[in-house]
Design a protein around this ligand. Structure first.
Ligand SMILES: *[C@@H]1O[C@H](CO)[C@@H](O)[C@H](O)[C@H]1NC(C)=O
Ligand SMILES: *[C@@H]1O[C@H](CO)[C@@H](O)[C@H](O)[C@H]1NC(C)=O
Ligand SMILES: *[C@@H]1O[C@H](CO)[C@@H](O)[C@H](O)[C@H]1NC(C)=O
Length: 488
């Protein structure tokens, strides 16, 4: 007992020092987007430790999950909480609902739990062209109601509102930054928001994706997407643009300036590159882009139109295997870490002395076993195709396409990959490795080269997981109780 007390003593001294240091250094730093659309999310405590060990001082969330915010309490990490688009209409039509939202999802955490909430993101890219104006009329009134609720709660100075927007809210007909203005069909709506943000000392948040430009336009010059590329510069009024990020960011500066808000603070809410699911989504390009971006902002030079530090959040921290793949298979592969918290590549964020990413600690894996196609099954078996479709529709086959990490598998490997994904997503349930007798469990890892046959991690203690894993949780509870009893 004595020993453990002493350890706790040292631990708090070190923790205290750590917190002191992190408060003294006034780093703009780099932030990360922490999304949770995963079948098996890492527990909030594991992720918060991951953030801290990688020196990240800012995090952007897409909702306001209680467990997530609780884990961020007393860490000093700056938090942007999010309001999903599907809540906008309720919050727009009722100031009471907005007050409840702020009370439950901001005030409570700031006051009781010491979460360093700095921003509320009202909606997520609500004016995205593909939404066809669905959130056009609700975003602004929701923004107003949330701001009023924050002011009423006495948090108006500490917590700022913002509306993360896709870069498609502005355009430049000639592709010149100086031609930038807000998209014609939403011009007045954008101006209304910008005016309001400015009046409340709040920033404009924009998501910029050179990858998407490359993905959607086969003629896009690849080198121009990167920061160390040898693309021919774009010259605009004597200013040279060597990469798409600078040009896109400055298009926004011009749009703001043209409408009288040239000094508005800007946050880059999302920036990053996926590692899988498309010919241009790979480790090499992702490393090149993200490291290039980090070096680009590290010198504090900013862009031709806005010299100075760039405030940005990487997209994203961890892969999410339940994201919609409607935009493309790459959607589930934006993480700088895999679903289980392993760094995908060498990335120096400039935030620690290590110069590389630190993996997640305390991750608990399920058994080292995989589900594969039985070697005895003939490839002309008519049950194969439907069973693969079944598995892929319910699990994740986004690494199987052309140019993806498992795109080189042969037909048998392909089928095994699909079966295994389904088996793992179902927590290695024996029933999930039947496929009418076509599949079998193996202890030998079928992974090869960059193609990884994953093993899932133990479900965490979030409510949704609890329902499906009562036995595991129960035995854990029993053993903790037992431990507790034996201590006294
Ligand atoms: C707080 O946020 C959570 C997560 O986004 C949401 O489910 C809940 O409805 C919010 N609370 C209120 C009172 O709106
Ligand atoms: C937007 O409109 C297009 C074309 O009319 C349609 O295909 C698409 O489903 C619509 N999207 C949404 C989110 O309503
Ligand atoms: C493997 O599966 C992918 C995705 O379903 C498909 O595009 C590819 O052609 C398959 N390869 C083989 C060898 O069957």
């Amino acid at each position: 007992m004595g020993d453990s007390k002493q350890n706790i003593g040292w631990f708090s001294v070190i923790l205290g020092l750590f917190m002191l240091i992190s408060m003294i250094i006034p780093v703009n730093g780099i932030g990360a987007n922490w999304g949770t659309q995963s079948s098996h999310p890492l527990s909030p405590d594991v992720v918060v430790r991951l953030l801290r060990e990688n020196g990240m001082q800012k995090v952007k969330l897409f909702d306001a999950d209680y467990g997530t915010l609780h884990a961020l309490g007393k860490t000093g990490i700056e938090v942007m909480v999010g309001i999903p688009n599907d809540m906008l209409s309720t919050l727009a039509s009722s100031s009471k609902a907005a007050e409840k939202w702020v009370s439950e999802n901001v005030t409570e955490h700031v006051k009781k739990n010491k979460v360093n909430i700095r921003y509320v993101a009202v909606g997520n890219e609500p004016y995205l062209a593909t939404y066809n104006g669905t959130f056009l009329r609700t975003t602004f009134p929701a923004l107003q109601n949330i701001q009023n609720a924050l002011t009423k709660a006495g948090l108006g100075n500490q917590v700022k509102v913002t509306v993360p927007s896709n870069a498609d809210v502005y355009e430049s007909p000639g592709s010149m930054p100086s031609g930038g203005d807000f998209r014609a069909d939403i011009h007045d709506y954008m101006l209304q928001i910008v005016k309001f943000l400015s009046a409340n000392g709040a920033p404009f948040t924009v998501n910029i994706y050179p990858f998407i430009s490359l993905y959607s336009d086969p003629d896009f010059p690849v080198e121009y997407a990167f920061f160390d590329g040898n693309a021919a510069p774009l010259t605009d009024g004597g200013k040279n643009y060597y990469n798409m990020f600078d040009a896109n960011y400055d298009t926004l500066i011009w749009a703001l300036q043209k409408n009288g808000f040239g000094n508005m603070p800007i946050i880059v809410g999302e920036i990053g590159w996926p590692t899988d699911g498309d010919i241009h989504a790979n480790i090499k390009y992702a490393q090149r882009f993200n490291q290039g971006f980090m070096s680009h902002i590290a010198n504090g030079k900013g862009t031709p139109m806005r010299p100075g530090p760039v405030d940005a959040y990487l997209f994203s921290l961890i892969d999410e295997d339940q994201k919609s793949i409607q935009p493309g298979n790459f959607e589930r592969h934006w993480g700088i870490f895999t679903y289980d918290g392993l760094p995908k590549y060498q990335l120096n964020l400039g935030t620690t002395n290590l110069g590389s990413l630190v993996k997640a600690k305390g991750v608990i894996y399920e058994e080292r076993q995989w589900c594969v196609l039985k070697p005895s099954v003939k490839l002309d078996d008519s049950r194969l195709a439907p069973s693969v479709s079944y598995a892929c529709a319910r699990a994740d086959c986004t690494s199987l396409g052309y140019g993806s990490s498992c795109g080189d598998l042969d037909a048998r490997g392909n089928i095994s990959y699909a079966y295994n994904s389904y088996y793992q997503i179902n927590d290695q349930d024996e029933e999930a490795c039947k496929f009418e007798g076509l599949a079998a469990i193996t202890k030998s890892d079928p992974s090869r080269d960059i193609c990884r046959f994953g093993i899932m991690i133990e479900p965490t203690d979030s409510g949704a997981e609890l329902r499906f894993h009562a036995p595991g949780v129960l035995s854990c509870f029993v053993s903790v109780t037992f431990l507790f009893l034996t201590m006294f």
